[in-house]
Ligand binder design. Structure first.
Ligand SMILES: [Ca+2]
Length: 265
C-alpha cells in the first residue's frame, strides 16, 4: 500500500507495485482510494498519468466525498502488445489546489514470451461464447494455471448454465505454427476436475482457406471422457491465426471452466 495525505485528502494505492504483461489480457488492477479527512463534504478530482507505454483506465476520478468518506476506484493498468520491457510508473494526484497528495505506483512492463517453447496464448487476444460474472475469458490466458486461485477470477467460466456447446478462442496478431495445446480445467482440492472439469471437447484451429475461402474452424484433436486437470493435445503442426476449445460437455453438466490455456509451436 502506498499512502500520502494533504489538503484534507488521503490517497492510497493497493497494491504498491504492479507487473503488467504487454498483451491484450496482460492488464492488472490497482485500487485507488481517496479519503476526505475534513469535517466538511468536498469534491475531489484525482488525476492519473502513466509513463509510456503504460495506460490507465480511467485516467480521471471525480466524485463528491462526504466528510470522512473513502471512495475506492478500481483502475486498470495496461501496456499494448509490442511494448518493450521497461520500468514505468503511474502518478496519482488528488485535489484541486495543487497542495493535494501525490503518490506513484511503479509498474514493471514485460513483453510476452517469444521464441521456441513460448506459450503463444500469452500474447493473444481471447473471446468466448459467453462468460459468467468475473470469470472472464482473459483469466484463461493470464499466465496463472493454479486452480486454488480460481476465486481470484484467474479462469474462464461460461455464462449459460446447462447449455452446451461453449467455446473459448485465442487469436494471434499474426499466424503461428502450432502443434500442442495444454488445457487446464478447474481442478482444486475443493472443486476436482472429475466433478467440475471439462469432460468432452474438440481442439480446433482456424483454417482461413476452408469453406471456399471464407474460413472455418477445423478440429485437430478431440478429448472425450476426461477427468484430469491438465490435458495436452498434440497434432500435426499447422500454421494458424487462432485456436479454439469447443466444449461439448463438463463433468457436472452445468458450466465450462478453463483455468489456463497454453498454445505451443
Ligand atoms: Ca489463469
Amino acid at each position: 500500500m502506498s499512502t500520502q495525505a494533504g489538503d484534507n485528502l488521503t490517497l492510497t494505492a493497493t497494491p504498491q507495485t504492479l507487473n503488467v504483461l504487454a498483451a491484450p489480457c496482460g492488464a492488472r488492477m490497482v485500487d485507488v482510494a481517496v479519503r476526505n479527512d475534513s469535517s466538511q463534504p468536498t469534491y475531489a478530482d484525482v488525476l492519473l498519468t502513466a509513463d509510456a507505454p503504460v495506460r490507465t483506465t480511467p485516467d480521471v476520478i471525480s466524485s463528491y466525498l462526504p466528510a470522512g468518506y473513502t471512495l475506492h476506484t478500481p483502475v486498470q493498468v495496461s501496456a499494448p502488445l509490442g511494448s518493450a520491457d521497461s520500468d514505468a510508473k503511474v502518478t496519482i494526484k488528488a485535489g484541486r489546489t495543487g497542495r493535494g497528495p501525490q503518490i506513484s505506483v511503479p509498474v514493471v512492463v514485460k513483453a510476452p514470451p517469444s521464441g521456441p517453447g513460448a506459450n503463444l496464448a500469452l500474447a493473444a487476444s481471447v473471446s468466448a461464447s459467453s462468460s459468467h460474472a468475473n470469470f472472464k475469458a482473459c483469466g484463461a490466458i493470464d499466465g496463472n494455471s493454479n486452480s486454488d486461485d480460481w476465486q481470484t477470477a484467474t479462469g474462464w467460466n461460461d455464462g449459460t448454465s446447462r447449455v452446451f456447446p461453449d467455446w473459448l478462442a485465442v487469436t494471434f496478431a499474426q499466424a503461428h505454427q502450432v502443434s500442442r495445446v495444454e488445457m487446464n480445467t478447474l481442478n482444486s482440492t475443493r472443486y476436482t476436475a472429475a466433478r467440475y472439469g471439462l469432460r468432452d471437447w474438440d481442439v480446433q484451429v482456424w483454417d482461413a482457406g476452408a469453406n471456399g475461402g471464407s474460413g472455418d474452424w477445423r478440429t485437430v484433436a478431440s478429448v472425450r471422457g476426461n477427468t484430469a486437470g491438465v490435458v495436452n493435445s498434440t497434432f500435426d503442426p499447422v500454421s494458424t491465426t487462432a485456436v479454439r476449445i469447443f466444449v461439448i460437455a463438463s463433468n457436472d453438466s452445468t458450466y465450462s471452466r478453463i483455468v489456463e490455456l497454453g498454445v505451443y509451436e
